[in-house]
Ligand binder design. Structure first.
Ligand code: LMR
Length: 333
């Protein structure tokens, strides 16, 4: 044994597994599908900056934007397997791994504004939804905003009837599927990274997304019209692999929680401005025309999408939908 140890020492093995190993940082791979200059991309960079600063280099955060590592569907599976440690998928993307409740955020016109949303996510319902992730090998850390969605197509869509027969790309959410079916359109689930090309080649006719996502993917360059419908919301749940998170020393984890809290406040504090700026750039580009609906046209869209609430009640849960609506009402009163 002694001889073995001496041989190891002479080979410098101890130098490798001794002090150096103790100092090697905990690495958090943070994968996401959008561009760096979006609400999620910027919040992820802010978390990296603060996490590395507060832990004094004990933690290293590697951010991989633009679906570099994984596309939508694979992302959550990779997190569950521990291939990446942190993600921020949109609410719409939890259905395929068996958590349908987050699809409540997809219901058309359920949120009047970001302030109301914040009251819901910061309240008891928001906390309870995060707890659902525990059973899937994940820990939910925060809610990050993107913002409100607009519709786009090569045709002006002023009334529900204008949507009939058109193919729309959707995220993997049954609520979004029901929404386009209510308009007589054909929804098609597709990874975010594939949307631009699908629009360009006519695989789909249109899509719905926030201005920042549209602009950074250049969707506005291949869509003649952007309808300012604000009909739904895109936001994210920041999740970590539970086993990995629980294995981080408690004092370090506390510092990471502080970094997450501050990155969340930073990101959510400027998401609306990022979408406004993206919209202004889209207008400047001159390739898409912004279409504002009149109050009557807006009312007709709302009415056409009303049945969605009943259509998805069995899946998302009627009591959950009712509780969500109650909380939004309480927040606006
Ligand atoms: C989408 O797939 O359209 C969005 O969820 C992308 C994102 O992460 O904002």
């Amino acid at each position: 044994m002694r001889r073995l140890l001496m041989a190891a020492a002479s080979l410098g093995v101890f130098a490798l597994i001794g002090p150096a190993a103790a100092q090697s940082p905990i690495v958090i791979k943070f994968s996401h599908v959008v561009a760096p200059n979006t609400p999620k991309g910027l919040a992820a960079e802010k978390f990296k900056e603060l996490a590395e600063k507060y832990t004094d280099g004990k933690v290293k955060v590697e951010v991989y934007p633009n679906s570099q590592l994984y596309k939508d569907k694979e992302e959550l599976e990779a997190l569950q397997l521990g291939a990446v440690q942190m993600l921020a998928p949109s609410n719409s993307k939890f259905g395929p791994i068996g958590i349908r409740e987050f699809e409540v955020f997809d219901l058309p016109y359920i949120l009047p504004d970001l302030a109301t949303l914040r009251k819901v996510t910061d309240g008891p319902l928001g906390a309870r939804l995060l707890k659902l992730l525990d059973g899937k090998g994940m820990t939910g850390l925060a809610y990050w905003d993107n913002g409100f969605k607009e519709m786009s197509a090569n045709k002006k869509l002023l009334a529900p009837a204008d949507y009939r027969g058109l193919k729309f790309r959707i995220q993997s959410s049954k609520v979004l599927e029901a929404q386009f079916r209510a308009l007589g359109a054909i929804p098609q689930v597709m990874a975010f990274s594939e949307v631009y090309q699908a629009l360009q080649t006519g695989v789909v006719d249109g899509q719905e997304n926030t201005a920042s996502n549209m602009y950074t993917q250049k969707m506005h360059e291949v869509q003649k019209y952007t309808m300012m419908t604000h009909h739904g919301y895109i936001g994210y749940v920041v999740v970590v692999n539970k086993k990995f998170w629980d294995g981080i020393p408690a004092d370090t984890r506390t510092l990471l929680e502080k970094a997450m809290k501050e990155a969340t406040a930073y990101g959510n504090g400027q998401s609306a401005k990022e979408n406004d700026d993206a919209l202004a750039e889209m207008v400047k580009g001159g390739k898409t025309e912004l279409v504002k609906l009149t109050p009557e046209q807006d009312a007709a869209m709302r009415k056409a999408m009303e049945p969605v609430y009943n259509d998805v009640a069995g899946r998302v849960g009627k009591p959950l939908i009712e509780e969500f609506i109650k909380e939004t009402k309480a927040a606006t009163n």
